[in-house]
Design a protein around this ligand. Structure first.
Ligand SMILES: Nc1ncnc2c1ncn2[C@@H]1O[C@H](COP(=O)(O)OP(=O)(O)OP(=O)(O)O)[C@@H](O)[C@H]1O
Length: 343
C-alpha cells in the first residue's frame, strides 16, 4: 500500500515560483494498476518522480509498505529504490550496451554475482518476449522492443512498484496495445503495483482499475475507472472521457434514425462494464420471439468489461418485447431505457 499525504513540489526559478504538485493526498492499494491522467503541465511527471525521490518534495510524506520514503537518508534510499522500478517515454536505454547488458545493469549495481545475473537476465528476457534479441543493440530494435528492454530492466531487482511515465506515448497504437497487454500480464503474474501516468484516456480505459485526474498540480477527481467513465464530474474529466467515447451531442442523428422506424420499441441499452453482458444481443434474440436491430452505439472495452450505449429497435409481439425488457432489467446489469414506443 502506498500512502501519500500533503505532497508538494515547488520549483523556484530566478523570476518564478511554480507549484508543480500541490498538496496531494492519495492512497494506492497493493497490486493495483493506478492511472494518473492530466494535460501537459498538470504535474504528472513531477508527481511520479517524487514517488522515487528523483525529485525531492518541498513538503509532504510518502509511505510505501510502512516505510516512509521521504524520511530515508541517501544511503537508505539507494537500497529502497530497488523496490521501485521505472519506465520512461523515451526508454532511457544505454545505447552502447546490448539488450542483455542493459537488463543486467541494475543487477550489477546491486552486486549480484555474474552467474545469478545471467540466469535472471534470461528469465526477464523470456518474461517480456525478447528471446532471440539478447545480443542486439538498442539502435537495432523497434520502439516496442526498446520499451520491453526498459520493462525488463525496471523489473530486474523484483520491485514492489513499477512507475510508468508516459510509457506508450512514443509508440504507435498497435505497439501501445502490446505493451499495455504486457503490463497487465506482469501485474497479474508478479502482483506488483503499477502507477502509470498518461495524457491518453484509452490507456486508462484499457488497463487501469483506479484513476486520478490531475489539473494544476492537484487531484481534481479520483475513483474506480468505471465510475469516472459513468459519472465524470469535472470539466477536465469529461474532456478525457470524450477522448474515448466521443461527445454525447449527436442527438439529431439518433432522432432521425429513430423516426425511420414505425413499429416496435426503440431502446437504449447502457452497458456498465460487466463481462457477463458480452453476448446480450445474441442471448435476447435466441430466448425471445423478437427481432432486434442495432441502430447506433458507442461501446468500448474496459478492464471490467464492455461499457457504453447501444440504441436498438425491438420488433415483435408487445408482450414478448416486454418480457425481453424485463429479462434485461432483472437478470443483467445493463440499464434499459425505452426511448420511443412506436406502437
Ligand atoms: N525542473 C523544473 N524546473 C522548473 N519548473 C519545472 C521543472 N519541472 C517541471 N516544471 C514545471 O512544473 C509544471 C508541471 O510539470 P510536469 O512536467 O510535472 O507536468 P506534466 O503533467 O508531466 O506535463 P508533460 O506531460 O508536458 O511533462 C510545469 O509548469 C513545468 O513547467
Amino acid at each position: 500500500m502506498i500512502s501519500i499525504e500533503g505532497l508538494k513540489k515547488i520549483f523556484t526559478t530566478t523570476n518564478n515560483r511554480i507549484t508543480a504538485v500541490d498538496d496531494l493526498t492519495l492512497d494506492i492499494a497493493e497490486g493495483e494498476i493506478f492511472g494518473v491522467i492530466g494535460y501537459s503541465g498538470a504535474g504528472k511527471s513531477t508527481f511520479v518522480r517524487l514517488l522515487n525521490r528523483l525529485e525531492e518534495p518541498s513538503a509532504g510524506k510518502i509511505v510505501i509498505d510502512d516505510q516512509e520514503l521521504t524520511a530515508l537518508s541517501t544511503n537508505q534510499l539507494r537500497v529502497t529504490r530497488q523496490e521501485i522500478g521505472m519506465i520512461f517515454q523515451h526508454f532511457n536505454l544505454l545505447w552502447s550496451r546490448t539488450v542483455k547488458d542493459n537488463i543486467a545493469f541494475p543487477l550489477e549495481i546491486a552486486g549480484m554475482p555474474k552467474r545469478a545475473r545471467e540466469d535472471r537476465v534470461q528469465e526477464l528476457i523470456e518474461l517480456v518476449g525478447l528471446a532471440g534479441r539478447e545480443d542486439a543493440y538498442p539502435s537495432q530494435l523497434s520502439g516496442g522492443q526498446k520499451q520491453r528492454v526498459g520493462i525488463a530492466r525496471a523489473l530486474a531487482n523484483r520491485p514492489k512498484v513499477l512507475l510508468c511515465d508516459e510509457a506508450t506515448s512514443a509508440l504507435d497504437p498497435e505497439t501501445t496495445n502490446a505493451i499495455l497487454d504486457l503490463l497487465v500480464d506482469i501485474n497479474a503474474k508478479l502482483g506488483l503495483t503499477i502507477i502509470l501516468i498518461t495524457h491518453e484516456m484509452h490507456v486508462i480505459r484499457k488497463i487501469c482499475n483506479q484513476v486520478a485526474v490531475m489539473d494544476e498540480g492537484k487531484i481534481v477527481e479520483q475513483g474506480d475507472v468505471l465510475d469516472v467513465f459513468l459519472r465524470p464530474e469535472q470539466h477536465v474529466t469529461k474532456k478525457f472521457v470524450e477522448q474515448v467515447m466521443g461527445t454525447d451531442d449527436d442527438h439529431d442523428g439518433v432522432e432521425k434514425l429513430i423516426n425511420t422506424y414505425d413499429s416496435g420499441k426503440i431502446i437504449r441499452l447502457h452497458f456498465v462494464g460487466d463481462t457477463a453482458n458480452q453476448a446480450l444481443i445474441t442471448q435476447i434474440a435466441r430466448s425471445f420471439r423478437i427481432d432486434i436491430n442495432i441502430l447506433q452505439g458507442k461501446i468500448t472495452q474496459m478492464q471490467q468489461g464492455a461499457y457504453g450505449t447501444l440504441f436498438v429497435q425491438m420488433d415483435g409481439e408487445t408482450d414478448e418485447i416486454a418480457r425481453a425488457i424485463n429479462y434485461i432489467t432483472d437478470e443483467t446489469s445493463v440499464e434499459v431505457e425505452v426511448v420511443q414506443d412506436v406502437e
